[in-house]
Design a binder for this molecule. Structure first.
Ligand SMILES: [Zn+2]
Length: 361
């Protein structure tokens, strides 16, 4: 029987549950506090790191939650439930959980950071010219609606469809959600500087993983895939040993995009898994993104537009903004017990398989 009590309604509640579960499991904890920002109730914000097993282990399996803020609620529940399952670790293996990688977004129930930045597009080299995304530049005026109503949203989708017809699915995905660095009030904005959450993540990786020889990183998300099912996104190149490891640990579905509802995946800029691997050149790194499916792709695209509207236009119409917010939150953090049960059951299994895989490799 899955423990739905692992799910939380606020960041503070999720953090407390995570920290308590980590302590009870015998994990060591480290916390990185945001020096300026707070949650909506004035609560302090942290990236919390739990280390279960020997700090000197040469094999480390890492699970991250909340790269996309609000998506951290189910990720946090998966981490807490796994810690409460009396885990027994193989020899020379540690399990490290990064809790709330974007705590501001987690607390404020949005995917982005305090600067409207998608943390998973923010890990680029800001000393070099920013990546261009001319497709997004073309789409932005249509996306940036002032009033939220069904006619306006339909107008956005008409523009997106026209772009897709002219340029194809891949160009559409690159433009829409590959990441853009030109419109701070747009969607999938990668930022103009490294976010605090980016620097905190880097500090945590350096502190806790620099000695490991074999490291795996599983980053938990929601919003891609069928309802109540998880899908894997593996970005290791075809034919690489890392891709072969992912297949050995989680099966063919780890690499064949089974269940992925995007017609074409974008080429993403500045992802956290790429930064993770680049920071650990001494280690053999295996990384994977796991998404829990929620709503159909078009509803998730609508949610992206809703987030932008709420932030930049919503304050003029708080009543409507509250309604849009409920729809937005349900898209990334469904309340249905069957969905939450599926998250706990499936996450226990794929975390266990990853831990077994890295210890045997
Ligand atoms: Zn995500």
């Amino acid at each position: 029987m899955a423990e739905l009590a692992s799910f939380s309604d606020s960041y503070a509640e999720a953090r407390k549950k995570f920290v308590d579960a980590a302590r009870r499991a015998g994990a060591k904890l480290a916390s990185y506090q945001h020096p300026e920002e707070r949650g909506p109730g004035g609560e302090p914000l942290f990236l919390d790191v739990s280390v279960l097993g020997p700090g000197s282990a040469s094999r480390v399996f890492v699970v991250g939650s909340g790269t996309h803020g609000i998506e951290g609620y189910p990720g946090s529940a998966a981490q807490r439930a796994w810690l409460r399952g009396r885990p027994r670790l193989p020899k020379d293996t540690a399990v490290v959980f990064f809790h709330a990688q974007n705590p501001w977004g987690f607390a404020h129930k949005t995917r982005v950071t305090e600067e409207n930045v998608d943390l998973n597009r923010n890990f680029i080299d800001f000393s070099r010219p920013l990546p261009a995304n001319p497709g997004y530049d073309e789409l932005h005026p249509a996306i940036a609606i002032r009033d939220w109503n069904e006619a306006a949203v339909a107008g956005i989708f008409a523009s997106l469809d026209a772009f897709r017809e002219r340029n194809g699915e891949k160009a559409f995905s690159d433009a829409f959600n590959g990441g853009q660095y030109s419109h701070a009030d747009g969607i999938f904005y990668g930022g103009a500087r490294a976010q605090w959450a980016n620097n905190a993540f880097r500090a945590a990786v350096e502190t806790h993983l620099a000695r490991a020889r074999k490291v795996a990183y599983l980053d938990l998300h929601t919003g891609i895939g069928p309802w109540c099912e998880h899908v894997y996104l593996c970005f290791h190149p075809e034919g690489s040993p890392a891709r072969a490891r992912a297949r050995a640990w989680w099966g063919e579905r780890a690499v064949n995009l089974q269940g992925v509802t995007h017609k074409k995946l974008a080429t993403y800029s500045g992802t956290i898994i790429d930064a993770f691997a680049a920071m650990l050149p001494q280690a053999e790194v295996t990384s994977i993104v796991v998404e829990f499916g929620t709503r159909p792709r078009q509803e998730m695209q609508r949610a992206s537009m809703a987030q932008r509207w709420m932030r930049f236009e919503g304050p003029r119409d708080p009543v409507l903004a509250a309604r849009v917010r409920r729809e937005y939150e349900a898209a990334f953090y469904p309340a249905e017990p069957e969905w939450r049960t599926a998250v706990l059951e499936q996450s226990r299994e794929f975390i266990d398989r990853g831990v077994a895989g890295i210890s045997a490799s």
